[in-house]
Design a protein around this ligand. Structure first.
Ligand SMILES: Cc1ncc(COP(=O)(O)O)c(C=O)c1O
Length: 401
């Protein structure tokens, strides 16, 4: 018997970006294809051994196996405080302004549940990392996109969306920004980030900046922080928080460790929600993460170099495959590629399925990141150059067939 249940929140969410092509991938693999999967941005290299050694040592200590309620291991919060001080010359109260989360995704989701409600409006990037649209929607808020395209200054795009909300009689409560940006790989200058922060401040909205790729800015080494963009930090702290994650630049995606830093009321609301929801990340993972933040700058430099060289290999390979010119990203671990002339007329999902079927190369459809992603696909840089070259060779063959 089928129960007449309704699940409005779950049912309202579109299929997750990476699930949309799973069935086609499975079919190709079942038929014997050696699929080169550049879909999910899941770092392929193991966590550096020096960090894993710290985990082993901490896991051998029995008292580390207990629950750890609260805002995160004090040593880890202190390490992140020093990380911000070293890079961005900004000091935080590591008790009030800072919280360890179980990954950025968890932190963003629960922050939105903590601070948004039905009737609120959130303005988010389009295209975006899916949780930027999903978290406010799950919290019941109305979500309005602002366009992330190379030709429009980010502050202008945000201002236009804020104005469109106002014109309809609404008021934006939260703006989400993300630089370096997933899926496009666009980076932002300090000045342009300051302009964006000012636009949000003038609106009287809160700001959430997702800096998960802060280490992966190929031009500046460290991408700008909202707390170091030339605006008084205390003023920014009055309405904004920033997220940083260990997942990408330390090759620690499975560890689920990230941070929410900034406005103590926003951080406090999230901490309060989390007292009901979890008991924090396993202590040995947090202890090893603290060591990584203190000692890992050299490891991060290597990982940044790896993604940059893969980006060069891929964009060159696509150019010679007949795909056409694809701009090399200035940051992140992605290449955002316009659908090639030869596949004109295909949607981004059709192009993705075509690539899996004809070239045995998987990418993510641009529309998996929002309507603004139509006309593009995203390649994740999660294979070494020989495999990337092989992917481009196969794409070239498929395009010329
Ligand atoms: C912009 C952005 N934020 C956050 C995340 C996820 O971070 P975490 O692994 O800490 O949840 C990703 C992962 O792809 C991302 O692209």
């Amino acid at each position: 018997m089928t129960h007449p249940w309704s699940f409005p929140r779950a049912d309202a969410l579109p299929t997750y970006a990476f699930v949309a092509t799973d069935a086609v991938k499975r079919q190709a693999i079942a038929a014997g294809a050696d699929l080169i999967d550049l879909g999910l941005g899941n770092p392929d290299k193991p966590t550096p051994k020096a960090i894993v050694d710290q985990l082993h040592a901490a896991a051998d200590v029995g008292k580390n196996h207990r629950y750890h309620p609260g805002r995160g291991l004090p040593a880890l919060r202190a390490a992140l405080g020093q990380w911000y001080e070293r890079r961005y010359q900004v000091r935080f109260d590591t008790d009030a302004d800072l919280l360890v989360t179980m990954g950025a995704k968890e932190g963003i989701s629960h922050l939105c549940l903590a601070i948004l409600d039905r009737g609120d409006t959130a303005v988010v990037p389009d295209p975006c990392y899916p949780i930027h649209e999903g978290a406010p929607a799950i919290a019941g808020a109305d979500v309005v996109g602002y366009s992330v395209v190379a030709e429009v200054e980010p502050a202008r795009a945000v201002a236009d969306s804020l104005q469109s909300v106002r014109k309809k009689g609404g008021k934006t409560k939260l703006v989400i920004a993300n630089y370096p940006h997933n899926p496009t790989g666009y980076v932002i200058s300090r000045e342009a980030l300051a302009d964006l922060v000012r636009v949000v401040e003038r609106e009287g909205a809160m700001l959430l900046h997702d800096a998960a790729y802060a280490d992966l800015d190929f031009s500046a080494r460290f991408a700008p922080s909202i707390f170091d963009c030339g605006i008084d930090r205390e003023a920014v702290k009055r309405f904004a928080v920033e997220v940083f994650s260990m997942s990408k630049s330390y090759n620690m995606p499975g560890w689920r460790i990230a941070f929410m830093v900034g406005n103590p009321r926003m951080v406090g609301a999230l901490a309060h929600m989390k007292t009901y929801m979890d008991y924090g990340t396993f202590i040995p993972l947090q202890a090893a993460a603290a060591w990584a933040l203190e000692h890992g700058d050299g490891l991060v430099d290597e990982i940044r170099g790896l993604y940059q060289s893969r980006a060069t290999t891929l964009t060159r390979g696509l150019a010679t495959s007949g795909w056409g010119e694809v701009p090399e990203p200035s940051g992140s671990m992605f290449v955002w590629a316009k659908i090639p002339q030869k596949l004109k007329g295909m949607s981004s999902l059709e192009t993705t399925n075509w690539l899996i079927d004809k070239a045995h190369v998987a990418v993510s459809p641009g529309t998996g990141f929002g309507r603004g992603g139509e006309g593009f696909v995203r390649f994740a840089l999660i294979e070494d150059p020989p495999r990337v070259e092989e992917a481009c060779r196969r794409i070239g063959q498929a395009l010329s067939a």
